[in-house]
Design a protein around this ligand. Structure first.
Ligand SMILES: Nc1ncnc2c1ncn2[C@@H]1O[C@H](COP(=O)(O)OP(=O)(O)O)[C@@H](O)[C@H]1O
Ligand SMILES: [Mg+2]
Length: 224
């Protein structure tokens, strides 16, 4: 069977939305008909506790240690999982690097204000150490009004990062949903947060498909 898609969600700071982004993406993949696992490497177990409040079986949330990610991914693959999201703890470059190494795509949520934007150089260093996985910075919790999202996109691009064009705006549905073991798309299926989640999922999947195809072309060329 094909290798599952692996997305790592990393950020130096706590509270910027790593777990929300992980679960949002995981449930979007479930709604798209995939078999999904979230590998929860955060000792705070936010994703694992979320699943305790949840009725639905999917996504599976598997608590694991970053050092065991290889085995956890392989186990998930053997059980037919085709979409994996790795949620990571803050303030642990070692765990984040390990997750990034295993990923087809790294997603790095940032809040559009200086305190988190200041952590970007550290993210750049980490991605360098982790190697070649493509990375997208995702603007999260942007104010709906005003130019905050647009300004943050420009700022992040100017620092040399690729930015996800889909912005996740500050929407109460994320918080309300988390409290009851859901994501915004389940809590308010017709809401704007649900729409953003679907767009984010589709964009990341297209991104991964493109970079996998590119990698295959490169290796075919190298063999020829
Ligand atoms: N786009 C958003 N809009 C509103 N609240 C959000 C959004 N993203 C995250 N949150 C809230 O922010 C808090 C921290 O998010 P969380 O995903 O736990 O961050 P992290 O995993 O990076 O520590 C949670 O209460 C979550 O519901
Ligand atoms: Mg978290």
């Amino acid at each position: 069977m094909d290798r599952p898609v692996v997305v790592a969600v990393i950020a130096e700071k706590g509270g910027v939305g790593k777990t929300t982004l992980s679960l949002t993406l995981a449930v979007a993949a479930v709604l798209a008909g995939r078999k999904v696992a979230v590998l929860d490497t955060d000792p705070q177990s936010t994703a694992s506790k979320w699943t305790d409040r949840r009725d639905a079986e999917m996504p599976w949330v598997v608590p694991t240690h970053a050092a065991r990610l290889g085995a956890a991914i392989e186990q998930a693959r053997l059980q037919g999982v085709d979409f994996i999201v790795i949620d990571t703890p803050p303030h642990s470059s070692a765990d984040a690097t390990e997750a990034a190494r295993r990923a087809d795509l790294v997603l790095a949520p940032v809040e559009p204000h200086l305190f988190t934007l200041e952590t970007l150089p550290k993210l750049a260093d980490l991605l360098k150490i982790a190697g070649t996985a493509p990375a997208l910075v995702v603007i999260n919790k942007a104010a709906v009004q005003g130019t905050e999202a647009r300004d943050a996109i420009e700022h992040v691009k100017a620092q040399g990062f690729e930015v996800c064009p889909v912005v996740l705006y500050l929407r109460a549905a994320h918080r309300h949903a988390g409290n009851v073991g859901k994501v915004a798309a389940e809590h308010e299926p017709r809401g704007k947060a649900a729409d953003e989640a679907l767009q984010l999922y589709e964009y990341t999947l297209r991104h991964i498909t493109r970079s996998r195809e590119h990698a295959e072309t490169q290796s075919t060329r190298a063999r020829a």
